[in-house]
Design a protein around this ligand. Structure first.
Ligand code: UD1
Length: 391
């Protein structure tokens, strides 16, 4: 059997790493499954891509389509044109796509048009929000997939409600938690201070208000507690009217209580500069701005944070397993199992400052409480491979 699996953007890498290892284990020195890894090249920076391949021991992609940045139509269109050539040459039995990024959509459509079977890992998630590019990617991919591997039972209900037959659906659990489990120990050993030193964005010390970089608190990093921030969704960062009040809340209120650690996504950094918000953030000594950090580094920050404020789907899931009290800067989520009313660690706060403030205050009274949704047990990748070879 020949399988091509596809990655495109940062959140795909931690999902494909255990899948590739599970294929190797299944093969056990045989060639039962021939596997080819394709990287569309949507994320191309070393910090957004290469660092994850190295940290998670993902073998280099066999083929890189080099699509890079662009509008959605450009990314999807360029991926389809390049991926079609790969499929015509390689003629796989299955194309395996993960998550909900543009690569997921582009490669599942291309494969189906060539009558190649598609397996979607992380199928069935629905936010119901058609303004999210990821929701469109999920809907199209699931509609086309021959095998839909779901991370939780709610996703299975979503698919059944859309008319997907039972025999196309398999409940395998959350593959990202395989990666979390196998990397937890390594992350634990890291030092927060070292991580900050290593990833600090240039210019923070030189514009420090203290005037003297040598005496800046950034040099000491005696951080007893900190809030961890990540934000990259267009709905939060692409408009100044929404982003500015969030930045003011973080710098004027959260930073009063504790240090802020914020690994900045390239999209967000670009917007902050465009909107004239970058320099004041850079000069705030309570805000530590970092380059995008590696997998183990983010895991360590998540393990130690007093509170997490994020719009990332993956971090919502990881915070549930780690128990980090989490405020999700969105009005909806495709991952309801991560919410406190479903036993998870997060609460939806959207981007209204009143709501964020209220939930932030009550979240500070909460302790870290790790939770483990059904089948988020570290063995999902093995179940994925078995589901594909046994169908
Ligand atoms: C993409 C995914 C999103 C995922 C996120 C995680 C889609 C539709 N969105 O959004 O689901 O949560 O990745 O990171 O696929 N850029 C760089 N270097 C890079 C990559 C991007 O500088 O390596 C910059 C480019 O200016 C680009 C911008 O970041 O225009 C946004 O990148 P893009 O790939 O379009 O989408 P993300 O916002 O990263």
């Amino acid at each position: 059997m020949k399988i091509i699996s596809v990655v495109g953007a940062r959140p795909n890498f931690m999902k494909i790493a255990p899948f590739i290892r599970a294929i190797e284990n299944y093969n056990n020195n045989s060639n039962a499954v021939e596997h080819i890894l394709v990287h569309t090249g949507q994320h191309y920076d070393d910090r957004m891509s290469k660092a994850f391949f190295e940290a998670l021991n993902i073998p280099s992609a066999d083929i890189n389509l080099g699509v890079g940045s662009g509008s959605h139509a450009e990314q999807v269109g360029n991926t389809m044109i390049a991926f079609e050539k790969v499929l015509e040459k390689e003629k796989p039995d299955w194309v395996v796509v993960v998550g909900d990024v543009n690569a997921t959509l582009a490669c599942s459509v291309t494969a189906k048009k060539l009558n190649i079977k598609v397996c979607h890992i992380e199928a069935g998630l629905r936010s119901g929000d058609m303004t999210m590019p990821e929701e469109i990617n999920r809907l199209v991919t699931d509609r086309l997939s021959d095998l839909l591997l779901i991370p939780d039972r709610i996703s299975g209900e979503n698919l059944k409600n859309e008319g997907v037959p039972d025999d196309k659906i398999a409940f395998v659990g959350n593959i990202m938690i395989d990666t979390l489990e196998s990397n937890k120990k390594k992350a634990e050993r890291l030092s927060i201070n070292d991580l900050i030193q290593k990833n600090l964005i240039d210019g923070q010390l030189t514009v420090s208000q203290s005037g003297n970089p040598a005496t800046s608190p950034l040099h000491h990093f005696t951080i007893s507690q900190f809030a961890l921030i990540t934000m990259h969704r267009p709905s939060n960062v692409d408009s100044k009217e929404i982003l500015k009040p969030i930045i003011e809340f973080l710098s004027n209120e959260v930073a009063e209580d504790m240090q802020i650690i914020w690994p900045i996504h390239p999209r967000t950094q670009n917007r902050l500069k465009e909107f004239g918000l970058w320099n004041s953030l850079l000069s705030n000594e309570k805000v530590i701005l970092l380059h995008p950090v590696g997998y183990h580094e983010m895991l360590k920050f998540n393990m130690e944070a007093r509170v997490l404020l994020t719009d990332s789907g993956g971090l919502q899931e990881e915070s549930t397993v780690l128990g980090t009290p989490c405020l999700t800067l969105r009005w909806n989520t495709e991952r309801p199992v991560t919410l406190r009313n479903h036993g998870g660690a997060s609460v939806l706060v959207g981007n209204s400052i009143d709501r964020i403030r209220e939930e932030y205050k009550s979240t500070l009274t909460l302790d870290r409480k790790p939770k483990r949704p059904e089948l988020w047990d570290g063995n999902t990748a093995e179940r994925c491979v078995r589901a594909i070879v046994n169908i």
